[in-house]
Write a protein of this length. Structure first.
Length: 74
């Protein structure tokens, strides 16, 4: 097993778009393109989106209740 040293300045978050596939019992990702993430909030948005998708899959979509309209008069 070999290890490659990576300088800290070379590290960056990236967005990978592709297709997950299974071939002969192995999972793989066929990459269409890779882009560097420039917005610092994007990794957090991805995590929150994954949480919402997981909860929606496990528990179903959120139930809409009657919306309350509240207006404050001065």
């Amino acid at each position: 097993m070999t290890f490659t040293y990576v300088r800290r300045s070379d590290l960056a978050y990236v967005r990978v778009v592709g297709v997950l596939s299974r071939w002969q019992g192995f999972n793989s990702l066929v990459v269409d393109h890779i882009q560097q993430v420039v917005d610092a909030h994007e990794p957090y948005h991805h995590v929150l989106h994954a949480i919402v998708d997981t909860l929606t899959y496990e528990r179903g979509p959120p139930v809409r209740t009657a919306q309350r309209i509240t207006r404050t008069r001065i």
